[in-house]
Design a protein around this ligand. Structure first.
Ligand code: AMP
Length: 270
């Protein structure tokens, strides 16, 4: 495994390779990341994993500063997986050129997390644009756990580059809590509660097949979750999984939730 610390290392290492799989991460790797990496190793000749905590996608400075870091542990995991390259860029490596056009979300995209995290997805799309330009991968593996991120990045990148974004299923722990680097900030007991919330929504979704009054059910479910688990819910919505428009139907829809539990913001979809 080659560790690439700057753009020179990157260009040298990738020269001549055409079938590159890319897994962008912010580190503190868990089984969710590992599933993306394994898929890339299966489908591509060379796999590169980036670890970069991108400052421009944090709308809260404290959140950026407190984001978990574990480079040593991450490198051990990547070495064991037999990843070809790990890219550990500095801010100056990524932000060395100015964009010709400022990345702005359209009004219709300012929904779900975009409504509550101002500038977040602009930062994500910007860094993904830069990384894709630098790496020129054939495939980029991203998790459905961050469904709106996957949706917006796929639309932007596939319009501009030949790289394909490959959606990968959400990996959960044995209690059904979606794995997330942010879970490191929760106790075992708290994580059980996160699992209970996920299970509650999974069974809710299963029961929806017969309903045509989804909005009212969601409103009641929101009240119930707040009372049961003492959480603050930003949104609980049903949306079409292909265009993210509000959906009242069961078919092709997903339930999206963002909530604060013990001051940690968590998102999931079912
Ligand atoms: P992050 O390090 O949080 O920026 O995540 C890097 C990539 O891993 C993103 O494409 C995420 O969607 C994906 N990811 C994070 N958690 C999970 C999970 N539990 N299951 C599948 N993919 C995940």
């Amino acid at each position: 495994m080659k560790i690439l610390l700057n753009n020179n290392d990157l260009n040298e290492a990738l020269y001549g390779h055409t079938n590159i799989g890319f897994v962008p991460t912010m580190g503190s790797l868990h089984k969710g990341h590992i599933s993306l990496i394994r898929r890339s190793l299966r489908e591509c000749n060379k796999t590169i994993v980036s670890i970069f905590i991108n400052p421009t996608q944090f709308n809260n400075k404290k959140d950026y500063e407190n984001y978990p870091k574990n480079n040593k542990g991450d490198l051990l995991i990547l070495e064991k997986l037999n990843v070809n390259f790990v890219f550990l860029p500095k801010k100056k490596d990524i932000y060395k050129f100015r964009n010709s056009k400022k990345i702005l979300l359209k009004k219709k995209d300012k929904i779900l997390c975009a409504k509550y995290r101002k500038g977040h997805f602009e930062g994500v799309i910007d860094v993904m644009n830069r990384l894709t330009k630098m790496i020129n991968p054939k495939k980029i593996f991203m998790g459905e756990k961050d469904f709106q991120q996957l949706f917006l990045v796929k639309r932007y990148i596939e319009k501009k580059y030949r790289s394909k974004i490959i959606p990968c299923k959400t990996i959960r722990d044995k209690n059904n809590a979606a794995l997330s680097s942010r879970n490191l900030r929760l106790s075992k007991k708290d994580l059980n509660i996160v699992g209970n919330i996920a299970r509650n929504l999974i069974s809710f979704k299963k029961r929806l097949k017969k309903t045509n009054n989804l909005n009212k059910l969601l409103l009641n479910k929101k009240k119930e979750l707040i009372k049961l688990y003492n959480i603050e819910i930003e949104y609980l919505e049903s949306r079409d999984k292909f265009n993210l428009k509000i959906s009242n139907k069961f078919t092709n829809s997903k339930i999206f939730i963002a909530y604060f539990f013990k001051k940690i913001r968590l998102i999931d979809n079912f």
